[in-house]
Design a protein around this ligand. Structure first.
Ligand SMILES: Nc1nc2ncc(COP(=O)(O)O)nc2c(=O)[nH]1
Length: 542
């Protein structure tokens, strides 16, 4: 687009005030995430820069020059006192002086690339620049899904491009409407390296047009992950503690048997180790007891060289920060916290200190003893809490249809936890969402959660008028559901005994996949590995 060289926007910059900028990053050499993390850390250590949001991480095929490794891309939102040209110098210093980038040729391989995409003054007005060494908005941003996709996670659907005068979200839809395969991206969630090899959870959705309604929609096209439950508690309602033992031999043999079954159909398995039952009304184990049950099992699994370690993703099912911390040290890759950080103020800091550990942020109300009395989800109970003037979107459009109200309330409450997690330094790319089946929901609401997964996946909200708050957008964040053997199933099938609900759980698991769930947490690993494979083939054609 043709920008006037001289324009008034630069005159609106007030010295020494906090302005907003959006930077795009990319790397396709070496440990890409290490370079990205290093660049973000250097920026955050600068007193004139505050990192306010990071996007998801995406893997994309190289544009322009094809014969090179795939890129890892994303965006960050910063507050900065640097003027645009000063910020450009900071980015170049980080690329070439700090991280030793060597430029071979245009669009060639690079360890790190930092581009200024957008720059807004302290009144949130766009600054436009057209100088030989700096053009803002970035002149090629509208042709790049690896910039627009992460950028649109951080800006509201109403955010207008200052030159085209169109919402930037619309430019992303227009780009995808071309249906070019190289525009579709893999969302990657980093896990701790193993034998210095990077590991990731990978997810992919594509934008499609419904040929009958001509309406755009997003379709999940990546395989569903199976999360197998390994409860090492004596009272977990569903498996009666069949795995609870003072030695870890039983657990190791159980894991070996699971792997044999699952790896016939799936590339990897997530094993979720639980040392403290969260059955409604259950007595909570002490911290010491939970540590004694879980840490030895994690260490035993991780030290067993008969297991294909790189294909085993370990998760700890805990709401305690100290259990999470010691479990990470012992080798878990995911912290699965049913409380969304509510039960232990220290949890978010532990997760933020480990940017390669993934975090399941779940929805709940109250605590284990009273949560099932707190299942009133009408708009009057939660909106305008603390006077916030919330604008909520589904698929980028404000939506007030009654059918969406239930999941909007869950999305709203989850978004409060999400913003707090981000404010405590957790990266968006670490987060998996779980709307909490069986936690402060009645049977019908548990069924509605499964039906409404597409609403949650497309939920976003901004606090109108408050420039300081984070725009919470759940697009591209994977959804985990844990329906296995739960009471809402038994109520329909008349199965009092949870273990008798396994066959019915299989049907529910297939439905979860059909509604777009990305990870399903199950007890009956053998049969559900087949159910998930079938459902992926049927619904995702993979
Ligand atoms: N993320 C997540 N974790 C969980 N942990 C335990 C239970 C309780 O079920 P169990 O006692 O049968 O394991 N449910 C969930 C769940 O729904 N989601």
């Amino acid at each position: 687009f043709d920008l006037p060289v001289e324009n008034d926007s630069m005159k609106t910059l007030i010295p020494n005030t906090w302005n907003t900028a959006y930077l795009a990053f990319g790397s396709n050499i070496g440990d890409k995430l290490q370079y990205i993390e290093s660049a973000i850390t250097i920026l955050s250590n600068d007193p004139k820069i505050k990192i306010t949001q990071t996007s998801s991480l995406f893997e994309s095929e190289p544009m322009y020059f094809k014969d090179q490794d795939p890129f890892m891309n994303g965006c960050i939102q910063i507050k900065t006192k640097y003027l645009p040209q000063e910020l450009l110098s900071i980015c170049k210093e980080i690329e070439y002086d700090e991280l030793k980038r060597v430029k071979h040729f245009d669009n060639g391989p690079r360890c790190i690339d930092l581009d200024i995409i957008l720059y807004l003054n302290s009144s949130n007005e766009h600054i436009t620049i057209n100088e030989p060494n700096l053009v803002i908005p970035h002149p090629r941003m509208l042709e790049r899904s690896f910039v627009l996709e992460p950028l649109c996670e951080l800006i509201s659907p109403d955010h207008i491009h200052p030159i085209t005068a169109e919402p930037i979200w619309n430019h992303l839809d227009q780009l995808y409407a071309n249906e070019n395969d190289e525009d579709s991206l893999w969302k990657v969630i980093p896990l701790p390296n193993m034998n210095s090899q990077p590991r990731f959870l990978k997810f992919k959705s594509i934008n499609k047009i419904n040929k009958m309604t001509n309406q755009p929609y997003r379709e999940t096209v990546s395989p569903t992950y199976l999360m197998g439950i390994l409860n090492v508690t004596p009272d977990s309602f569903s498996d009666g503690g069949e795995h609870f033992s003072t030695t870890t031999i039983k657990e190791i043999n159980f894991v070996k048997e699971m792997c044999v079954q699952v790896f016939q159909l799936h590339e990897s398995i997530i094993i979720d180790i639980g040392g403290c039952s969260t059955r409604p009304g259950s007595i909570q184990a002490t911290l010491e007891e939970e540590l004694k049950r879980t840490i030895p099992v994690i260490k035993a699994i991780r030290s067993c060289n008969e297991l294909p370690q790189e294909k085993i993703i370990l998760s700890i099912d805990t709401y305690r920060a100290e259990v999470a911390r010691q479990s990470i040290e012992a080798g878990v890759d995911i912290v699965n916290d049913i409380s969304g950080g509510l039960f232990d103020d220290g949890m978010f800091k532990v997760i933020a200190a480990n940017p390669r550990v993934s975090y399941v942020l779940s929805h709940i109300r109250g605590d284990i003893s009273n949560m099932n009395k707190m299942n009133k989800y009408t708009n009057t109970t939660t909106d305008n809490e603390g006077g916030m003037n919330l604008i909520e979107y589904i698929n980028g459009k404000e939506c007030d249809i009654p059918e969406a109200q239930f999941m909007k309330v869950i999305g709203r409450e989850l978004s409060q936890r999400y913003k707090l997690a981000i404010a405590n330094g957790i990266r968006r790319w670490q987060i998996i969402l779980d709307p909490g089946i069986g936690f402060a929901k009645d049977s019908n609401q548990n069924l509605q959660i499964i039906r409404d997964i597409p609403i949650l996946k497309n939920y976003s909200c901004s606090e109108d008028g408050d420039k300081e708050t984070v725009f919470a957008n759940f697009k591209n964040i994977p959804i985990l559901l844990g329906p296995s053997r739960k009471k809402f199933i038994g109520k329909i099938t008349k199965d009092e005994d949870p273990v008798a609900r396994d066959f019915a759980t299989g049907s529910i698991v297939a439905s979860c996949v059909g509604f777009g769930t990305n990870i399903v947490r199950v007890h009956d690993i053998k049969d559900c590995s087949k159910t998930i494979k079938l459902a992926d083939t049927l619904y995702r054609k993979i």
